[in-house]
Structures are given as structure tokens and as C-alpha cells.
Design a protein around this ligand. Structure first.
Ligand code: ADP
Ligand code: MG
Length: 253
């Protein structure tokens, strides 16, 4: 068993309003170093809440989250900002690029915030742009590029500081099928070549079949998990079968 990069113990999240809503009801989960895991489950089952608690976007009600042996919730604001920039990379469905900046400026943003030297920034930019095949669009504005290209740029921004954990929420949700294939191949290379651990939420069984393991959330609890063997097609079928059993399959977002 490889080292654990992420450990989640008895994670609970309640949203308070007129009535208290329990979105996560005590989740235990571990992600190994260099593992690529997909999270699936019906709409409203708690997938985004789970990811947001791990990424520190959303504070857990109770439970412990450990990333690279550190509990991000024990850190003060400055330490946390640094921790997020150094240890985590984020990719979202709607890309979250800054529209007033060029592609290059978007990618360099995390390094600029960390006051990395200009020559080091350029070296990293060249490397990541080549890796992601976006050398030709670095000077463009975000409205001049396609959805698939936007997601490549967002991925470049997420991996330029070589995070230990890449978190992605429906990264292919706004992409056409060709771009879906491109983005998933990139995730595969990031996992294999850069050795980055990946935790990715998706409602798409085909996308999930790129992962080594799929965990299913239902009503705020971990319901099941399945592992990919040698055969990706068979894994895809098992994912589809589990989703059918779970209720709320492919098309329920
Ligand atoms: P999923 O990503 O699986 O579709 P979410 O994690 O977004 O589900 O949401 C889980 C449940 O928590 C849903 O019932 C949702 O309505 C509720 N929820 C999510 N965010 C909030 C919030 N900020 N306030 C209140 N309820 C929320
Ligand atoms: Mg969601």
C-alpha cells in the first residue's frame, strides 16, 4: 500500500438554515499517493460538499481532514493560503479563469502570488505549456479560446506549482466529447507522469473510467467503491451498473 496523501475521518457537514440539512454524514476515506479516484453519486448526494471540505472552500461541521500529514483547518489564514497554493490544485466545471488576464497571466497567477522569481516563472510556464499543448495560445485572452482550451489553461494553472493533490469538480461538465477525451488524457498524464494524486467528481461514467477507483456517495454517506482492473471497458460497465443500482445515473446532474 502506498503512502496516504489524503485522509478523511468521520467527515460531517451540516448546512444550517430554517432546517438543518446534513449533507455529509460521517465519511471515512483515504487517497493514496499517486492514486486517481473518481467520486460519483446522484445529484445532491454531497459530492461537491465532500470536495469543498477537502479543498477548505467549505468548513466541515466535524471530522478530521489530513492532507500530506497536515490538517489544513489547524492553520492560520496566512498559512492556509500558502498551504492551498503549495499543496492543492483546483479544476472546476466553469474553468474559473480571470477574464481580464491573458492565458499566460492566468497560469502564472499562483506563482505571482507566491512571489516566485521571473526566470523561474518562465521556466515553469514553458514546461507546463508544452506538457498541456497550449504554447500557441499563451498571449490570447480567455474569450478568444475554446472551452477545451480554457480547461487546459485551468489545468495548467492548477499544476504549475506541482501540487501534491489535484481536486476537480465536474471538470468535463462544460465540454464537448472531443474536449472530454483531451482533458481526461491530460488527467491521466498528470497522474502518471507528474505523479500527482487526483480526486475528481464526475457524473459521467466514461470520465470516471479513467480513474483507478470510483467511490459512490449516496445521501451523504459512502455507499460503495469499485476498482479498475486491466479492462477499462469492463470497468465502465461496472460503473454504469452501480449507477443504475444507485438511482440517478448519467444524465442526472
Ligand atoms: P452534489 O455535488 O452531489 O450534487 P452538493 O454537495 O452540492 O451535491 O449538495 C449536497 C446537499 O447539500 C444538497 O441537498 C444541497 O442542496 C445541499 N447544499 C449544498 N450547499 C448548500 C448550502 N450552501 N446551503 C444549504 N444547503 C446546501
Ligand atoms: Mg456538485
Amino acid at each position: 500500500m502506498s503512502n496516504t496523501i489524503l485522509k478523511v475521518d468521520q467527515l460531517q457537514k451540516e448546512y444550517s438554515g430554517e432546517i438543518i440539512y446534513k449533507a455529509l454524514k460521517g465519511i471515512d476515506f483515504q487517497l493514496g499517493e499517486n492514486e486517481f479516484v473518481a467520486v460519483m453519486g446522484p445529484s445532491g448526494s454531497g459530492k461537491t460538499t465532500f470536495l469543498n471540505c477537502i479543498s477548505t472552500i467549505d468548513r466541515p461541521t466535524s471530522g478530521v481532514i489530513t492532507i500530506n500529514s497536515k490538517n489544513p483547518y489547524d492553520l492560520d489564514d496566512d498559512e492556509l493560503a500558502k498551504f492551498r497554493r503549495n499543496e492543492l490544485g483546483f479544476v472546476f466545471q466553469d474553468f474559473n479563469l480571470v477574464h481580464t488576464l491573458t492565458v499566460e497571466e492566468n497560469i502564472l497567477l499562483p506563482l505571482a502570488l507566491d512571489s516566485v522569481q521571473a526566470n523561474e516563472m518562465n521556466k515553469r510556464l514553458t514546461g507546463v505549456a508544452e506538457f498541456l499543448g497550449i504554447e500557441g495560445i499563451l498571449k490570447k485572452r480567455t474569450f478568444e479560446i475554446s472551452g477545451g482550451q480554457k480547461q487546459r489553461v485551468a489545468i495548467a494553472r492548477a499544476v504549475i506549482h506541482e501540487p501534491s493533490l489535484l481536486l476537480a469538480d465536474e471538470p468535463t461538465g462544460n465540454l464537448d466529447s472531443k474536449a472530454v477525451n483531451d482533458v481526461m488524457s491530460l488527467f491521466e498524464s498528470i497522474n502518471k507522469r507528474l505523479k500527482t494524486s487526483i480526486l475528481m467528481v464526475t457524473h459521467d461514467a466514461y470520465v470516471a473510467s479513467y480513474a483507478q477507483r470510483v467511490v459512490f456517495i449516496k445521501d451523504g454517506t459512502l455507499y460503495n467503491e469499485i476498482h479498475r482492473g486491466k479492462n477499462k471497458q469492463q470497468f465502465y460497465q461496472e460503473i454504469m451498473d452501480t449507477l443504475a443500482f444507485l438511482g440517478g445515473g448519467q444524465h442526472e446532474i
